[in-house]
Design a protein around this ligand. Structure first.
Ligand SMILES: [Zn+2]
Length: 317
């Protein structure tokens, strides 16, 4: 009788090593419940019979179970971390272009933004380098930083529409091709491009929020707590870099006439995704039309002809 009971209880304690449900969290909870039930039975049994021997058996079983559950959870978190990695933006592979159209950008940032990034000039130059990898390949366009300036204190970054208007009034950007203003006020967790940035369509002004996302960082720390802190930090940084670049390219494209599309991996989809990879070719053509017009001498420009051209293009595509 004793032997049969021991075998039965041992089987109960080990049963949860059977195939796990698909969701590791459910697997973990179910296994923990079974651990407790098995431990309770074994304690009861041990108190009645050979306490020392069964105490050791119980300890060994629980240690083995804990190790397995930890391993299971770690592996699941590693898979999640892999899925959360953003895709690489399309930079055209090994192609190299000999000639670029160069456009100059002036950047402003408020005190809250500078506090987050430190050296604004260095930070934004790196942003432009990343954006240029996509623009070089798609449109043979290269952006160069003309100047980094502090945003006048009276311009508030809470409302992006109001900010865009105020920046345009403060700096019409007559001597540069684009004016970008960055705010560190109220970073928000959203996938909507237009809560992260705004641009003047067919204009030259862009405003963007900081992509620092304390909520996302907290979620990563909480949800991936079995992964090394350095790996979590690297994952967060790569997601932030992808988002910053995608939002900048999306808003820049609006200033060059690009319109929203339906494919989630297209940079002109209205909602941000870490799967975004490139601009679809109809928008690249549109942007090229507008860029060609902009770089034509002012007296030779024919805006009406451009509008007709865009109209014909849009109705035929
Ligand atoms: Zn948009």
């Amino acid at each position: 009788m004793d032997r049969r009971l021991f075998v039965a209880l041992t089987l109960v304690a080990c049963a949860h090593r059977a195939p796990q449900p698909a969701d590791p969290l459910i697997a973990f909870t179910e296994a923990a419940a079974r651990d407790i039930a098995a431990a309770w039975c074994l304690c009861l049994y041990a108190s009645m019979f050979k306490a020392g021997l069964f105490g050791l058996t119980l300890l060994a079983l629980l240690c083995a179970c804990q190790k397995n559950e930890y391993q299971l959870r770690k592996e699941w978190q590693e898979q999640q971390a892999e899925r959360l990695k953003p895709v690489e933006l399309d930079t055209g592979g090994e192609k190299t272009w000999r000639r670029f159209q160069v456009q100059r950008v002036r950047v402003y940032a408020d005190a809250a933004f500078v506090k987050r990034v430190g050296d604004l000039r260095r930070y934004f130059s790196e942003q432009l380098d990343r954006a240029n990898e996509v623009l070089n390949s798609a449109m043979q366009l290269r952006l160069e930083l003309e100047e980094a300036r502090e945003l006048p204190a009276k311009i508030d970054g809470t409302d992006l529409d109001a900010m865009l208007k105020a920046v345009r009034e403060a700096d019409p950007g007559k001597d540069v091709d684009f004016v970008v203003a960055l705010t560190g006020v109220k970073p928000i967790l959203t996938m909507s491009f237009h809560q992260l940035g705004r641009a003047e369509e067919l204009g030259k002004h862009i405003v963007m929020r900081s992509m620092d996302d304390a909520a996302e960082l907290r979620e990563l720390d909480k949800g991936l707590d079995k992964i090394d802190a350095a790996d979590r930090a690297q994952l967060y940084a790569s997601r932030k870099r992808h988002k910053e670049c995608a939002v900048f390219l999306h808003e820049l494209a609006h200033t060059l006439g690009a319109i929203h599309t339906v494919a989630p991996e297209d940079l002109m989809h209205p909602a941000y995704s870490s799967d975004m990879v490139a601009f679809a070719s109809p928008n690249v053509d549109l942007m090229r039309y507008v860029l060609d017009e902009r770089t034509t001498d002012e007296e030779k420009r024919d805006t009406e002809a451009l509008i007709k051209r865009l109209d014909v293009y849009l109705s035929s595509s």
